[in-house]
Design a protein around this ligand. Structure first.
Ligand code: IPD
Length: 274
């Protein structure tokens, strides 16, 4: 880290401006029709021209605001950073369109997710539903908010009464394992929701609109911003057996639900499989 560390609030201000502009582009491009669909890891893992255009625009805006920061983006990886004279200690983590399959189908549930990390710790994040304008923000130590309201998560304490969101990867073998876990978890919870946008799932958990969330196989850009929103709403966000949230597993739930949900997921080997 060189020079003065930027305040998380300052990074959030930039993140919100960039995410709003990016969300506007995604929304307008959707209205014009989705074009140039290509596949990535599997035939069901799509990327549209909009994912790429939104990422290019957001990276350019971040570069203009803070030229020496690094950027990790879903579509172009690390190729975008750090810029000349880098080493600011700040890395931006961007999913230009989380929920690309919803985007493809015109379901109004897709988001720009943008987090700022300082020296390896996520300190600010914004998730903006580009279709509805719903926007969740958080800075580390400063709480999580939507529309000026501080978020506190669900007060449910009984896993049997809990509405739990989850998601599935794109690889068929991984999906088969995830389906097996779900099959055995379902009798122990109120119900399951699958919205198709990990970043928004985490924010809905922060709002208490679902009681908890878990998913295996997430990339950092899927959970960096939403994970901070959930944590700042008072949820426990982690993996199995004390691990941090990561590709193995991300669990987000209020402290009273985290333990029981974690123990079921550990018993069902939710972090295992392909
Ligand atoms: C996907 C969504 C989905 C989750 C997948 C992610 P993408 O991100 O967040 O809800 O289940 O694991 O890969 O591909 O739409 O950016």
């Amino acid at each position: 880290m060189q020079g003065t560390e930027p305040a998380p609030e300052e990074l959030l201000k930039i993140a919100v401006e960039v995410a709003r502009e990016a969300a506007g582009i995604a929304y307008r491009m959707r209205a014009e029709g989705v074009s140039a669909v290509a596949t990535k890891s599997t035939v069901t893992d799509v990327v549209t021209a909009a994912d790429r255009a939104v990422e290019r625009q957001a990276v350019a805006a971040l570069r203009a605001a803070r030229p020496t920061d690094a950027v990790l983006g879903e579509e172009y990886g690390d190729a975008d950073g750090p810029g000349p004279g880098g080493g600011s200690g700040v890395r931006w983590i961007l999913d230009p369109i989380d929920g690309t399959v919803n985007y493809l189908y015109g379901l109004p549930h897709y988001a720009v997710s943008l987090a700022a990390e300082v020296d390896g710790e996520v300190v600010a994040g914004v998730v903006r539903n580009a279709a509805t304008g719903d926007e969740w923000t958080a800075v580390r130590g400063g709480g999580a908010y939507r529309a000026g309201r501080r978020l506190g998560g669900s007060v449910e304490t009984d896993l049997g009464q809990a509405l739990v969101a989850t998601g599935f990867g794109y690889d068929p073998a991984r999906r088969a394992h995830q389906a097996g876990v779900l099959h055995q978890l379902l009798p122990h919870v109120r119900d399951i929701r699958r919205f198709g946008v990990a970043s928004i799932d985490l924010c809905l958990a922060a709002e208490g609109m679902v009681d908890g969330y878990y998913e295996k196989g997430l990339n950092l850009w899927d959970h960096a911003a939403g994970g901070l929103v959930a944590a700042e709403a008072g949820l426990r966000v982690g993996g199995l057996n004390g691990a941090g949230p990561g590709p193995e597993l991300v669990i987000a739930a209020p402290p009273a639900l985290f333990g029981p949900l974690h123990d079921h997921l550990a018993r069902l080997d939710a972090a295992g499989g392909p």
